[in-house]
Ligand binder design. Structure first.
Ligand code: ADP
Ligand code: MG
Length: 761
């Protein structure tokens, strides 16, 4: 955030009469155009004679004078550089920590807190009770060879000796010094007949510390190199004296009561300097709530805008249309499918463009639901576009639709990259004239140069990719109803955040008649046994996938990573010479890929060795074995996707994960895979293992960073905040009511222009 001062501020050098002038935009002549911190804008020192020439400047001097007297002028947008104790050097460090302004500093929350009890003498320590002692470091010993390594100090005061140990305390070697005083707070116990304090919070003292406890207790800040936690605290504490001016309340009394939240001002005071643990908890809860609330408010506003900015063609469903569509499917739709369809039909009947996410595991029957929506759009004289992330998937969609649309009058086309020249031109013309009803292709292709006659519905199959950009882009040309399909079961937390501006329909249960997939984690030494087992299944005319992390072998220190080409060679020549083994990977020409996929679908190929190209959308019910080589190399979502390729028919399917790893994260992934097949659980676990940080890392969602709330752990708060935020936007869509002023200002500061909020300022 860049600071544009709203009034001039002068900082004096204590040593001299010169002022440094920070000009604002209104006084542009003092702004030499350079961007950056006010210091840079000022560009140096101005002598007073020059200043006195202008009225504006004289006024400014008054302002300045006043500020200097009262030490007011700490505002949220003020750069931290101008705070006491911070200069350009520290400001630069702060910037690396993401702290530029006072507002950032207030949200630079401690990562931990110390509630140190009153200091006592070592002799007075009672085992297993928390104690704070002040003692002299008499010896230091780092036992690196121990597991875990132990950093050990013997400290003494005039009443006794206490051993203090820290596990994994290697980092303490340059903090704890022999012959210095240490203030340590923690629980002590008797260990090997000696008094021992384990992993205490501590502080080294030098003679300048008058009241060490005051600096000791309170927040512990994430520090960076030359800017330690304690220094950060010394900079923040004085700012807290201005909280009354800096922090304004968002909610009225009634809301605070109902949600059981403490005031926003208190929350900031307590999070940095908690009087006790209860107040700290209340502060955390309030600040988390606000963070979640602001995020949800942003989403609610975004949603409101997309819904009200343009209108779509309403699609009417009659009983006749409904039964005509249903007749296309050789089975009864499941309860979940019907429920999703009902929601979609509702949406599409309105002029408000549908903006719905359809989620359901692979094979749960989403394509059928999407096709229903497409046929509804067509029945209402509009076109439908179905977009997939890859050509393979696009042609899969097309093929499965063909199954249902045989002998129908629906005019449909698969648009591929291979299609060029006159044929392509002809097709594009037909699409433009409205002579084609359903257009299937990749997202890239369909967004490029296609002009629709009247696009009523866009279905975007994202599979496991969260293609937020794609959604946004589609908005540009016209406003069709929009249905986004995803095969990654989106954890409820994600559905409310990353996808929080979409409506969500879920297919929870797969169509009947599916056998569960049996998943085993296979040690590579059991490879032969696994091959024998696979051979048996192949003899029974079943088919198998072998998935490898990469196409060709790459030198990698320490271990061999299975490459698809090598695996294919080995399987076809040595392991399964009596069967048809084919290779498929992304770098093959399109036609070749098609040929192999067709061969596999038709059963001419028994074993398909591939990279993750099969991850998406391939539907071969007779394939009942999935071998994943170097399974530890894949993410959970990916493993789940891959496994979704099998278990689509009526016989038992087996997923064999070949992996050899010491990596804890990889192990826990594999363990989750063998334990559950529930896509939702897997997605939650995935989020847990990877952490939600990754979720927001790209900032592609236009959501602000989470500084204190965690969408998984604070799910309950998230739900309340979401309801509250959506209600607020419903009642006051531009947040124009006076009681929403503070919220609106904060929101604009946080989201900037990304949500188009500036226009309601
Ligand atoms: P998804 O797109 O979610 O991966 P599909 O729509 O491709 O799932 O459906 C997977 C398989 O289940 C297909 O072979 C399809 O024909 C079949 N299927 C879909 N819905 C039903 C149903 N209601 N009853 C029986 N089979 C179904
Ligand atoms: Mg599908």
């Amino acid at each position: 955030m860049r600071w544009i001062p709203t009034c001039a501020v002068v900082t004096t050098h204590r040593t001299g009469p010169l002022c440094r002038l920070l000009a604002n935009d209104a006084l542009g002549r003092y702004n030499d155009g350079r961007e950056g911190t006010p210091g840079a804008i000022a560009g140096g020192e101005w002598d007073t004679a020059q200043i006195v020439e202008s009225d504006a400047v004289v006024n400014m001097q008054d302002v300045v004078e006043k500020q200097l007297q009262s030490r007011e002028g700490v505002t949220l947008s003020m750069p931290v550089q101008y705070l006491k104790g911070v200069g350009p050097a520290r400001a630069a460090i702060f910037e690396k920590l993401g702290v530029c302004t006072v507002a950032d500093l207030l949200e630079y929350f401690p990562r931990d807190w110390i509630f140190a009890p009153e200091r006592i003498k070592i002799a007075a320590i009672k085992p297993d009770e928390p104690a704070t002692i002040l003692a002299l470091v008499e010896s230091i010993d780092y036992q690196e060879y121990r597991r875990p390594p132990i950093f050990e100090v013997v400290a003494a005061d005039d009443t006794g000796v206490c051993r203090i140990v820290w596990f994994n305390g290697g980092y303490l070697r340059n903090q704890v010094r022999l012959g210095q005083l240490i203030l340590a707070s923690g629980k002590a116990g008797i260990y090997k007949h000696q008094l021992q304090m384990t992993n205490p919070k501590f502080m080294m003292l030098d003679e300048t510390h008058a009241e060490p406890e005051k600096h000791f207790s309170g927040g512990v800040y994430p520090a960076s190199g030359r800017l330690g936690s304690r220094q950060i605290k010394q900079i923040i504490l004085p700012v807290l004296e201005h909280l009354d001016d800096l922090v304004s309340e968002f909610y009225d009394e009634a809301v605070l009561k109902e949600t059981n939240l403490v005031g926003r001002r208190d929350a900031f005071a307590w999070i940095h300097m908690p009087p006790d643990e209860q107040k700290l908890d209340k502060a955390k809860r309030r600040l988390k709530y606000d963070e979640l609330f602001l995020m949800q408010l942003g989403l609610a506003l975004r949603r409101y805008r997309t819904q009200h900015s343009a209108s779509a063609t309403p699609c009417v469903l009659t009983d006749e249309i409904d039964s005509r569509i249903r007749r296309r499917f050789p089975f009864l739709l499941t309860e979940d499918q019907n429920a999703c369809i009902a929601e979609i039909v509702q949406d599409m009947s309105r002029t408000t463009p549908m903006n719905r996410l359809l989620q359901g595991d692979v094979g749960s029957g989403k394509t059928v639901v999407a096709l229903y929506a497409a046929l509804l759009a067509i029945a209402n004289r509009t076109q439908a576009a179905i977009m997939a992330p890859t050509e393979i998937l696009a042609s899969q969609h097309f093929l499965s639709m063909e199954r249902y649309l045989k002998n129908s009058q629906v005019r449909r086309v698969l648009l591929t990259g291979g299609l060029t020249g006159r044929k392509r031109e002809e097709l594009l013309t037909q699409i433009r004239r409205g002579e084609i009803d359903i257009i299937v292709g990749t997202v890239a292709l369909l967004q490029k140069d296609i002009e629709f006659h009247h696009l009523g519905l866009a279905v975007i199959d994202e599979q496991h990719k969260f293609g937020v950009h794609q959604r946004a882009e589609l908005r540009k040309d016209g406003v069709p109803h929009c249905l986004v399909m995803t095969a990654t079961p989106i954890p409820r937390t994600l559905a409310m955040t990353a996808f929080g501006d979409l409506d969500v329909s879920v297919i929870k249960h797969c169509p009947p008649g599916r056998e569960a997939v049996i998943t085993r984690w296979v040690d590579p030494k059991d490879r032969r046994k696994a091959y024998a087992f696979i051979r048996e299944r192949l003899r029974a005319r079943k088919q198998a996938y072998f998935v490898c992390p990469r196409i060709a072998a790459v030198e990698e220190t320490g271990r061999e990573i299975k490459a698809a080409t090598d695996t294919w060679k080995e399987l076809s020549e040595r392991v399964f010479p009596e069967f048809q083994v084919a290779l498929l990977h992304g770098r093959m020409p399109s036609a070749e890929k098609q040929r192999i996929m067709t061969g596999f679908r038709k059963g001419r190929i028994d074993v398909l060795v591939s990279t993750t190209v099969v991850e998406v959308g391939v539907d071969v019910p007779n394939a009942t074995i999935m071998v994943i080589e170097a399974a530890d190399r894949f993410g959970l979502a990916q493993l789940h996707q891959l496994r979704g390729r099998i278990g689509r028919g009526e016989s038992k399917s087996y997923c064999l994960l070949f992996a050899e790893t010491d990596n804890e994260v990889a192990k826990s992934r594999l363990e989750v895979m063998t334990r559950t097949a529930d896509g939702f659980e897997i997605a939650e676990q995935d989020l847990r293992i990877r952490g939600p940080g990754e979720l927001f890392s790209a900032r592609q969602h236009g959501l602000p960073d989470m500084k204190i709330a965690n969408i998984i752990d604070d799910y309950d708060l998230l739900v309340i905040a979401r309801r509250h935020a959506f209600q607020m936007v419903c009642a006051d869509p531009s947040l124009a009511q006076p009681e929403h002023r503070n919220i609106r200002r904060t929101l604009i500061a946080k989201f900037g222009s990304s949500l188009g909020l500036a226009d309601i300022a």
